[in-house]
Design a protein around this ligand. Sequence first.
Ligand SMILES: [Zn+2]
Length: 355
Amino acid sequence: MNYSISQLIEIYETELSTLIQPSNPSGRMRLSTISIPVKGQTVTLSNQQFRIESVERFMDFKPTSSIDDLLSDEDKKIIHELEAEGDTPIDNDGEFDDDPYPDPDQLSGGEWDIGGEGDQINMNDHPAGFMENDSDVKWKDANAGDDKETTIAYYRPFHSAGMAFGIYYKRNGLKLKTRLIFEFCRQRGYQVTRQQVYLIAKIMTQFHEIYHHKVESIASRIEVVSRKPIYLGGFSNWYKRTRGLALCYEETFANCYAYQKTMQVLKPFLPVTALHNMMVFWFNAQPTPYRNALQLIQNKTNLWRFKENQFFEIILNKFFPGDPRYGKQHSKVWSMFTHGSHPYINTNSNVYFIV
Ligand SMILES: [Zn+2]
């Protein structure tokens, strides 16, 4: 049986959520009041109202596609704006809040102690730097402090957003990211267009956001067998308690995944060194948990996957405190859970909104 994402959300809201938290009112009430957002509607993200400019299907990037095939009508509109603006942006928002969990889902986990030895994942590997010996080229915002946070997109989990779940891009955020990377490329002497840089920025962003969905996917699978609130009480809870800190591992692994997938998709179009440098530039300008991806992406043996397993084990351990069968030291067992975090979204899912 192969369910669509909307059928899976219905199963979650009507069946699974009541098994996990029987005291909650029936999910059926929620389904009747939530619908898939459409163009022209407003949506609230981080307490700000945005108008939905475009609703699209999730995009499956194929390495063989030409750049034009990868761009939606809304993308083309945004690129046209970028080209027309040139070096004088008309909507350079600058600072945004960063919050992939904008919905007021409750913290349903216990009052955890976070930050003990068992919660630490060692990130001291060999940080990635720029490839090639041209380190004198430096964009002025590289090594920005942790107060620099930019929101390009949001992932709204179905656990709290119901049918309004999905990846929400901020078109101004995509434009800002494109401008910054384009300027970096220009200073490096890369021969790339704004259209190409926009695509790179968007693909990186998409895979970063899909990783947040992958976390919700594996959490949901564990909920099926454990009947414990692994997502809202676990991963989401952890995120909210560690936001901005090195312990906010989900952002580290989201960037590792984005790096790996972007490289895979765009290798046919651009030299690996240029792609690597653009991503290093971008990660380097982000807050600590995002930037920590630089500690892991150099490693050819997918070191970050081992660290990711430690993270899964740390979260599960919170539901079985004191039980020696759970804990970071047992993270190897996750290698048995092949495809555990495989995403539920597919190319037929309507999960892609530009606001
Ligand atoms: Zn993120």
